[in-house]
Design a protein around this ligand. Sequence first.
Ligand SMILES: [Mg+2]
Length: 163
Amino acid sequence: MFQNFFPDKMVRSTYDIDFEKLYKDGVRGLIFDIDNTLVPHGAPADDRARALFRRLKDIGFACCLLSNNRARRVEMFNKDIKVNYICDARKPSRANYEKAMKLMGTDKSNTVFIGDQLFTDIYGAKRTGIANILVAPIHPKEEIQIVLKRKLENIVLYFYKNK
Ligand SMILES: [Mg+2]
């Protein structure tokens, strides 16, 4: 039950991920959700996000932002980050996960997806066949439809943790 939604891995924060180890393990492309994964919902890139992407580029990763949000929001975040991006991504639809890999020149074998939502982010990555990491959302203040979705997510995660 619910296996389709189980993340490969779960961590407290994007900023806790050992990216150096991922690179050592052969990962070359990283796809990121933005809102609540890298910064609070709707926020511009902060120092922590800027430093992370500087580090990722130094390590040698190709990166792509994959957001269901509009162009204006994604471009505002990416202004100082300057990586590939796809807005209006329609996650969990597979198409733009594929496009992200094409933009980065990577494939399913060496790409990892990082996001905070099970039913869009993680489900889409799993359908596409990409390794994935679920992170706890950065900001507790969320829109009501996301709050409701979280309750469903918690049910799935209950079964995931007890599997
Ligand atoms: Mg998100």
